[in-house]
Design a protein around this ligand. Structure first.
Ligand code: SF4
Length: 380
């Protein structure tokens, strides 16, 4: 059943240009090497073998069919990568950011238990989610308090505050409001906190922490445009077993983090790079984002990843370059430093905005686009 603000998940597949896609949501505990191998086996036998990591840290599995989805779901249940209850699976949207602090892990576990058990949450939109240890979700838990998009925060005990803000959302949001940011824009943050019975303050949002390369407690493995295949999933599992504690985490930066690597940094870096992972946090490929585009997305006008690959040697901007195969801008809905939007056979360029915003220039070929950006020191 598709509900308001629906998102594809294991039990709610979505038709795409390259077959059916589903999403697999790791639990707060992370993904073990054995689970990653079971995922690799299943995407190979049931789908195209192609997997993406989403900016919510989920695995998006492509190229399934109506016939293979049930077998894939069965494999994910057997792997412990899904709930047997479709309603629980739909609302189980919790991302624990890395590096993981013990207190953040405790809170994430408590929230996961609550989300699984509280049936009143069935009314939450499928897109609604929680982040712990970082931002990026509808309700975010940081070490200093619970924060909504825009920096509206409370220092009340985190689990209590998250539950109260969720109830406030359910009470205030109309059927057409599926995200907390939309509700805040519509009624104001004060109304949301008042409904929740919580004091409110405005806080400075923290900078994002690099999620590739060595970090406290682990080593981040970047993947170009967040895209993997079964072989590199197995490589990641092997790295976790040889150099870490056998566990990995997915990140909002679409990377995989091998946990518990200790002093193994140099050795894992060599093997990870040889396997095809990105290991340098300043690698330009981590600052280029492309949507699914052709052939995977029927709305795409170009193969966005092929275009992005051509731009890798050129991109010299400090922020994110977003290649969008149509004006919907799925991959970076909040906007990027530069967004190339395919329109017919040409491109529009939006500066510091979203794909739908008014372009700074329109109707350029890809070569002309690079030249236009070169003149603005955005390309080399
Ligand atoms: S931006 Fe357009 S082409 Fe790209 S994934 Fe979204 S709908 Fe498809």
């Amino acid at each position: 059943m598709k509900t308001r603000g629906w998102c594809p998940d294991l039990y709610t597949p979505m038709a795409a240009g390259d077959g059916v896609l589903v999403r697999v949501k790791p639990e707060v505990a992370g993904v073990s090497a054995a689970q990653l191998r079971m995922l690799a086996d299943a995407v190979e036998s049931c789908g195209s073998g192609r997997v993406e990591i989403t900016n919510r840290g989920n695995f998006q599995v492509r190229g399934l069919s109506g016939e293979t989805v049930p077998a894939f779901a069965k494999a994910m249940l057997a792997a412990g990568l899904a709930s047997a209850d479709s309603a629980v699976e739909r609302r189980r949207n919790i991302l624990l950011h890395v590096p993981v602090e013990p207190e953040m892990l405790r809170i994430a576990r408590a929230l996961e238990a609550w989300v699984k058990a509280d049936e009143s949450l069935v009314a939450l939109p499928g897109k609604f989610g929680f982040a712990v240890g970082g931002m990026g979700a509808d309700i975010n838990v940081l070490p200093g308090g619970v924060v909504l998009p825009g920096g509206y925060a409370t220092a009340v005990e985190p689990v209590t505050a998250v539950q109260a803000l969720t109830r406030a959302f359910l009470h205030l949001a109309g059927t057409d409001v599926t995200r907390m940011a939309t509700l805040v824009a519509a009624v104001g943050a004060e109304a949301v906190f008042t409904e929740a019975g919580l004091p409110m303050q405005v806080v400075q949002l923290p900078d994002a922490v690099p999620q590739v390369g060595p970090m406290a407690g682990g080593f981040g493995l970047g993947v170009g445009f967040g895209q993997l295949d079964a072989a590199i999933l197995r490589d990641g599992a092997g790295l976790a077993e040889r150099f870490g504690d056998g566990w990995l985490r997915t990140t909002s930066a679409r990377s995989l983090v091998v946990m518990g690597t200790g002093d193994n940094t140099d050795a894992i870096a060599i093997e990870a790079e040889a396997a095809g992972f990105i290991i340098a946090p300043d690698d330009v490929r981590l600052r280029i984002v492309a949507c699914a585009g052709l052939p995977a997305c029927p709305q795409g006008l170009v193969d966005a990843r092929a275009v992005a690959t051509r731009l890798v040697p050129h991109w010299a901007g400090t922020g994110v370059l977003h290649v969008s195969a149509c004006s919907k801008g799925c991959a970076v809905p909040g906007g990027a430093a530069v967004t190339l939007v395919a329109e017919g056979k040409t491109y529009n360029v939006v500066l510091n905005g979203r794909a739908r915003d008014v372009p700074a220039v329109a109707g350029l070929s890809l070569d002309e686009t690079v030249q236009w950006m070169r003149e603005r020191r955005l390309c080399q």
